[in-house]
Design a protein around this ligand. Sequence first.
Ligand code: ADP
Length: 585
Amino acid sequence: MKAGRIVKVSGPLVEAENMEGAKMFDVVEVSEHKLIGEIIELHGDLASIQVYEETGGLGPGDPVYLTFAPLSVELGPGLIEAIYDGIQRPMDVIKEAEGDFITRGITAPALDRNRKWDFKPTVKQGDSVISGDIIGEVQETPIVLHKIMVPPGLEGTIVSIKEGQFTIEEEVAILKNGDGKETPLLMYHKWPVRKPRPIVEKMLPDQPLSTGQRILDTFFPVGKGGTACIPGPFGSGKTVIQHQLAKYADTDIIVYIGCGERGNEMTDVLMEFPELIDPHSGEPLMKRTVLIANTSNMPVAAREASVYTGITIAEYFRDMGYSVALMADSTSRWAEAMREISGRLEEMPGEEGYPAYLGRKIAEFYERTGRTICQGSDRREGALTAVGAVSPPGGDLSDPIVQATLRVVRVFWSLEDTLAFQRHFPAISWLNSYSLYNIDEYIKEKIGPEFITMRDDAMKILQEEADLNEIVRLVGAESLAPQDRLTLEIAKSLREDYLQQHAFHEVDTYCSIEKQYSLLDLILAFGEKAKQALGQNVPFDDLSSLPVREEIARAKYIPEENMDSISQIKEKLNTTIEELIKQVE
Ligand code: ADP
């Protein structure tokens, strides 16, 4: 095996000479420990290598073995339920073999080589197939049907195809191309992580990713195949919101990349995620999840790799025609890794020491999302949605990573600790968040155009509240006109009875878009009717103290199947206010 020689070691960065023949981003094995590294700079035969394990004890003269291949992941049955590190080593498998303290240089195949999968062919001998065509299926978990596809770049005629129990290294079909060359097809293939997987066409995300979370679905929807950013001040409810998304967003597959800083941050995810239950199937959520985790004993450079490993796996499931949600927590840790490496390479620093290419890297990552026509003759549609958490120091949104992220993502869910202090959950600001996705056509067709009007009216009331609060602060609430006091009342109802959503309440944890419509309609109906009553000289206090208000407040706890009772409350409020009007006449 060809080997170069280390000339310098600087933390996770190793410089090696005698590396002719190597290419940028090739994987190398460093020292006799065979630590995995990636070439990130090349000058003649001198290579700078980012090493994904502790480099302590390495020194000049140690060998560096060339593999002549880029950093790649294995894609096939066995991905679901796996817990990988940044370079796709199965942490659970290694931990079982090695215990808590993992020896350096340890490797284990990403996909189990011994497990047999039940392969059911979906094409037959003589069929001609192109890249992306599905040749068979494997029921990977009770909720994930793994589609075995013709890998990108291959096409031809199926010479033979089998059915039955096979390991991923056994041949399931043989493909013959136009030149008569035969290629055995296995249930897995490899793909370089830094190269986006090919698609046929990208389309505008015009359908929302429904999440069952009122503030997100109604006001700040993310398109299916879209991008969103969520800042995560400590204790603001970031973990809860991510779990809610994982549980309730209408996606088939979840890829969760944890770039936690402190070791325990990641352990939390590793402990909590496997506990979650998928509400649709009743199965553990892990049955449709791939976890990628960086533990504290891995150097920062591995975070860099984990982001690419994660998105490549996500793309692979998208290619099957699935809707995939990728969550990266937190991308700030990834950017910090880039900063560290860039500093050691002595590159010209940009803002706050981050490399000048920070923005480009972040943009390239989010560009791998989308609603797409996948490869394959059936032109199936897939979607890859990404939600990236950012954790700027001190919650400062002018931070370069936040800014670079906001330039590319189209939704911002502004999680704020001030709201969390007030126990307003989810602590997402309705004033500072935004969504640039226009899904109005979808809403009009699916729910009705009134929903758009109601949504806009509700937001207007919430904005008016912010303005009125300024006045109240200056001159006190008593000086407000009754109409304005009513606006404050309705805004309060919108905040407490609509925006607040209890993640741990059996019913409230999920709210369908239809129920969102009914609830919003109920609250706004009260506003309308009360406004009319004020115009007829009904005293404000009589309206604000109506017992039916309590029923409005409790409406969100009405189960989906009893939604009719929400319209009954609406009727009741109309009649009670009518009576008040009659009394003053
Ligand atoms: P972070 O991950 O940002 O540090 P967590 O997600 O752990 O914060 O949330 C902190 C606490 O806030 C939770 O333990 C829970 O009590 C409360 N909380 C957050 N979101 C909600 C929610 N939607 N409903 C109810 N409680 C919530």
